[in-house]
Design a protein. Sequence first.
Length: 448
Amino acid sequence: MSITIYMPALSPTMEMGNIVKWHKAEGDQILSGDIIAEIETDKAVMEFESADEGILGKILIAEGSVDVKVNEPIAIILESENDTIEDLDTSNNTNMEATDDNENSIIDEESGEDVVRELVNEIDIKETDIDDGNRIFISPIAKRIAEDNGIELTDIRGTGPNGRILKKDVEAHNPDDNVSTQTSVGNNLKLESGVSLESGLRLEDSSPLTKADIINEGNNLNYTATPIDTMRSVIAERLQQSNSTIPSYTLNIDASIKKLNEVRKKMNDDMLDEIKLSFNHFLIKITSMAMLHTPEVNASWEGDQIHSYNSTDIGLAVAIENGLITPIIRNVENKGLHKISTEIQDLISRAREKRLIPSEYQGGTISISNLGSYGIKSFTSIINPPQSSILSIGASRKVPVIIDDAVNIDELISITLTADHRLIDGAVGAKFLAFMKRLIENPNLMLL
């Protein structure tokens, strides 16, 4: 008998995932609990454990495949070495003839393993736009890429067995090798035999012309189109949701960090090289104390209810490749600066490696975004649902101030609170910021 392994939903919002790596090869023995693959969600790369035991008979979705839908078959496990292709349960779609995306398709990569026979036959497909009776052998991922990019399958020469079209064939295909005439959609810019009739631009016939090469100088239509990846798509969806559903407002306050920096420097000197405290570590702790002082801020809007929380779970925005993630420091009210520092260091490191699990970046009621290192004086952030507020921290700046009728130099930062007005009134937000300012300017009060 065989067991079909499906793309798992590794987070509540996951709809698609990417197969980053297979840890098992076809023919390998698998035990329950074994890590068989690494799967990338919108925010992290997670290890996928097998719940079943047997032999990995067939990998249906190759390593490196992207945008694999949740519940799509990705592999087949045989329960014993004696199982063969005849034992496949066709009612579970393992023959790949019953789904829209994989109908009459075959698998992209071949393992080369001699231990287990081919479990999925080479099945050909007949495209509806081919009327000469020719048949095309193509893998599911190659077909998907071709459809997404509007590439005619008849223009591609397959390099796989029996002339099968593989992913690499589609990616290497240049559609303009088969086209002698191209016409741009805008401004009636028509290119024939390498000549631009409208702009007078001469294009050499020896260089294949691509869509990105077609330049309308009058309107500066010179760009490169980049597909939106999963992370950017989720970020866009959530920001749009926040912007359209949360009636937010902003409050801004300046605070002197001169005394806090003196305390921080003294603490770092006393601890030698054991640990280095940053302003963010103090800020996280101060935010937690302000939330306890103003508990109305430590809440979230949940439909027809307001959830008020006992613990302070605070997110810190971290820039990662092609996106942003907000690891959550839990129960900050019970942690000292040393513990906060070590936790943040670990979370940031694993966030940039996309190794966080969902519980480490989901939830919380407030986030902190600090762009001070970029020299940004002040800015406004968008609330990250289901949180109810976010703090935007600007760069420190030295300014002249009058103290005891004398001019002194102080160091200020700008703090902007963006809050959900449905549950945090303006006076509450102002009280929260005022208490933060008090703690920042008098760090000795943190000991109380």
